[in-house]
Design a binder for this molecule. Structure first.
Ligand SMILES: [Zn+2]
Length: 450
């Protein structure tokens, strides 16, 4: 079964950026080739293509001798090889990615005759570890096994296994002696109910405690544990989700810590509450316009009636996934995705108005000072209000109001980035969240099922 091994992979978001950046710079220079080896150790990129059905095909070929799974040595004798196609996490905004490669069986001096060791792909597995990690992330965000199974096009049993793995893997007793900046994050284990709360050391990039539930009683156990460890007073800042109920408890137990809101969650709220709502809003408007046009045509004898259902389906397809193109930085998008984004913005005035917001949000967390961050935040919320007004789009106003009511924790975020050496700014949180996949402390999956 898949277990995501920290030493063998970068955080998913970082890997994705690297892969996407490399794909936009083919053919590779020698340094490009070396970088590719970070994300697909042992394999080079022979070619790749993006089909009209929105599938990215990566064709890989061995970059050297296969590694023996038994003794770990490179092996010059190959027993045989077979073609394999495996599913990969999706890149460049396409719907799915497939990796095609030749997998070799070794004939090693140690006597081993098994399939070569590939760090990013488990033996006999039909999907990469990256995809496994992405599936686990989706499960942690509260989506059900069936839903994740459907959207990643993986069978239910495989998804269930990945869920179980991430919940079962236990942590060693964590060292929190140098804990300074931490994050608290609640996440649903099963859709709509059964929560867990994770405590992370932002500088070490590790989850140090996970408790079942998100109630005060559940969480106070951890604050008490931090006091017992003698580190409660050294904690400088605690990053939390804007909507979580932790602030009062943090103030009570960690009086010296500043409460900050992290960009990761704010982006999540922005995507869900504004961009996805915006996409639905635009579809409704288009749908209405199409119905009206169809009616007008029907009363006009002699003209061929338009296929209304087909037109609506196409309108929906055009907008699908718009939020993901809009929330990511432009550098992370390949030419084709940029082109799609360009068309979306050209055709939809509201999307054009909303487009700069994601970058402006990132700017607040990167601000050089609190004053600077406060000014940027004021500018941003005004823009959101103006968009709400211009397009009669309430979600923008609600999001602006939420940002304003949390302004002190947002503005404080930029100063607490200072002094980190291993992890920077808001990316920290994303990396750290990926690492939840590496395990949990304190409880097991089966206990949760009771
Ligand atoms: Zn061997």
């Amino acid at each position: 079964m898949n277990r995501i091994v920290p030493s063998e992979c970068l955080p998913l978001e970082e890997e994705r950026s690297l892969i996407e950046a490399l794909l936009s710079r083919t053919p590779f220079s020698s340094s490009g080739e070396r970088l590719w080896q970070i994300v697909y150790p042992g394999y080079s990129l022979a070619r790749f293509d993006i089909s009209p059905g929105s599938t990215l095909d990566l064709h890989l070929e061995p970059a050297g001798d296969p590694i023996c799974p038994a003794c770990g040595k490179a092996c010059t004798h190959i027993k045989d090889s077979s073609k394999r196609t495996v599913k990969e996490a999706s890149f460049l905004g396409v719907e799915r990615t497939l990796v095609h490669l030749n997998i070799r069986r070794v004939r090693c001096n140690c006597g081993c005759r098994r399939t070569e060791r590939i760090t990013w792909l488990d033996p006999n597995c039909r999907y990469t570890r990256r995809l496994a990690s992405e599936v686990q992330t989706a499960l942690r965000s509260g989506r059900s096994i069936s839903e994740v199974s459907c959207s990643f096009n993986l069978n239910w049993k495989a998804v269930k296994g990945l869920d179980k793995d991430q919940l079962k893997f236990l942590f060693d007793d964590p060292d929190v002696s140098s804990l300074r900046r931490m994050a608290i994050d609640e996440f649903a284990i099963h859709k709509g109910h059964k929560y867990a709360t994770a405590f992370m050391d932002l500088d070490a990039g590790k989850v140090f405690y996970v408790v079942k539930g998100k109630t005060q009683n559940a969480i106070e156990v951890v604050f008490q544990w931090l006091k017992d460890k003698g580190v409660a007073d050294q904690i400088e800042c605690v990053a939390v989700d804007m909507n979580a109920g932790f602030p009062a408890m943090v103030k009570k137990h960690l009086p010296k810590a500043t409460l900050v809101y992290d960009l990761f969650h704010v982006m999540q709220h922005f995507t869900r509450d504004v961009l996805i709502e915006g996409r639905k809003f635009l579809f409704k408007e288009k749908s209405k316009a199409l119905s009206a046009a169809a009616e007008a045509e029907a009363s006009n004898a002699g003209s061929t009636p338009m296929d209304l259902r087909k037109a609506k389906r196409e309108a929906k397809k055009e907008l699908r996934g718009a939020e993901w193109l809009m929330v990511r930085s432009i550098d992370a998008l390949l030419e084709s995705a940029r082109e799609r984004l360009g068309n979306l913005i050209k055709d939809n005035a509201m999307l054009a108005a909303l487009y700069p917001i994601a970058e402006q949000l990132r700017g607040i967390w990167r601000a050089a000072s609190r004053e600077n961050a406060a000014a940027l935040l004021a500018e941003l919320t005004e823009l959101l209000d103006a968009i709400a007004e211009q397009f009669s789009f309430q979600p923008a106003r609600l999001f602006a109001a939420m940002l304003r009511s949390r302004s002190s924790g947002i503005v404080a975020a930029c100063t607490h980035r200072v002094g980190t050496n291993r992890l920077e700014g808001a990316n920290n949180k994303i990396k750290v969240l990926k690492r939840i996949a590496y395990g949990f402390r304190d409880f097991e999956y089966f206990a949760l099922k009771i």
